[in-house]
Design a binder for this molecule. Structure first.
Ligand code: F3S
Length: 390
């Protein structure tokens, strides 16, 4: 693997022990995956921020580091809203440890924006090379924006943030971004906005870690977000294309790709509908991945002037919550809570429910293992109706 003179000096420890360790991580990764060189990155998104997932040893490792990030870097959701953790019934010893994790990241220069939707906060453009960790954010960056990132682990994303580069392999290279399997969605007029999480859930199980291309659908950006997040959870899809919609799909033909030559799997409207089931629920959670402004607007519209009968939690990035205080006010006046910094899956605040209704294919896949609750999938309207007891 080619290293320039600066890389060699970092590896020799001339810029301190932490940078040396970080360079070692990146070089080891590059060698394992056959990278010929590094590529500079424009941003990083670092997972391993919730104390629920990293625990004592993760915190100790973070505390041992002493360097500053070289590019803008944000965190994945943490285990609690930073200021309102008591309202979420988070135990104080957990809050203390979580705050210690945040203090360690702050010392490294990581911005304490804790979200799986960093694209709502920092501008990321087509062709940018980045080092992001969270699977739904990776999928969105690669597929919807057309940026280039592998699915980084927390340590490798942090190492890339501190060095400002990442090994040039995997999805940074065009040759690995070509579709390998096609999904044709045959749902006609029965397809509605909230079916994309269910399509992703079904397609991810078939696709595994292959790059899929979809035909027969025309999703908007929020629907693409739901589709990709679910595929990253039920499978290991880090990049997908939607024919004629996602940016890379428009140049596949000139790169010699004939999608009619791919294995094609058809998903029908009946298969999609079968994922949705009627069940009694004791909490409702929306915002996996974190809500966009449009999604907050839809939720506020459905709740306006009404009162929830069971807990309804909505999750969004701090920057999005602050920019939409009127919508957040309407949602909270109905008795729901809008939490920033944290999420359905990484917060211990969601662990005391028996059945949680979600509108997300990703949450549907993760809630049983990560929250110890049964999960029910519904559309946003059905989730709000369940919370209102309608
Ligand atoms: Fe984001 Fe948490 Fe879902 S990180 S994608 S809200 S599981």
């Amino acid at each position: 693997m080619y290293l320039d003179s600066d890389d060699e000096k970092i590896l020799a420890g001339e810029y301190g022990e932490t940078r040396r360790k970080m360079m070692e991580i990146l070089v080891a990764l590059g060698k394992v995956f056959g990278a010929e060189k590094f590529v500079p990155i424009t941003s990083a998104q670092v997972a391993g921020a919730s104390y629920k997932t990293i625990g004592k040893w993760g915190l100790e490792w973070l505390r041992s580091l002493d360097a500053r990030v070289a590019v803008p870097a944000v965190l994945n959701p943490i285990g609690m809203p930073r200021e309102r953790w008591q309202e979420m019934r988070i135990p104080s010893d957990f809050a203390e440890k979580q705050n210690a994790v945040l203090a360690a990241y702050r010392r490294l220069g990581v911005k304490l924006e804790c979200t799986c939707t960093p694209y709502y906060i920092n501008r990321t453009s087509y062709g940018d090379h980045v080092a992001w960790s969270e699977s739904s954010a990776v999928s969105y960056a690669n597929s919807v924006i057309g940026a280039r990132t592998n699915r980084e682990g927390g340590p490798s994303a942090l190492a890339a943030a501190i060095i400002g580069k990442t090994p040039y392999y995997g999805l940074h290279l065009w040759e690995n971004r070509m579709p390998q399997v096609a999904f044709h969605i045959e749902a006609g007029d029965t397809l509605h906005a909230n079916h994309y999480g269910a399509i992703g859930y079904l397609a991810g199980r078939e696709a595994g870690n292959r790059v899929p291309i979809f035909t027969g659908i025309r999703p908007n950006r929020d629907q693409l977000k739901a589709l990709g997040a679910a595929m990253a959870a039920s499978g290991a899809v880090a990049l997908y294309h939607v024919d004629g919609i996602t940016p890379d799909s428009r140049v596949l033909k000139e790169r010699g790709m004939d999608i009619s030559s791919l294995e094609t799997i058809t998903i029908t409207g009946d298969e999609i509908e079968a994922i949705f089931e009627e069940r009694t629920v004791d909490a409702v959670a929306i915002g996996c991945p974190h809500c966009s402004e449009d999604e907050l607007e839809e939720i506020a519209g459905l709740l306006k002037g009404k009162t929830v009968k069971i807990p309804l939690y909505v999750f969004a990035a701090r920057g999005v919550v602050q920019a939409n205080s009127n919508l957040v006010g309407t949602i909270e006046e109905a008795g729901a809570k809008v939490w920033e910094d944290t999420c359905i899956v990484v917060s211990p605040g969601m662990d005391h429910f028996g059945t949680i209704m979600v509108n997300s294919g990703k949450a549907f896949a993760y809630v049983p293992n990560m929250c110890g609750a049964a999960a029910v999938l519904g559309s946003t309207e059905e989730c709000i109706a369940a919370a209102l007891g309608e």
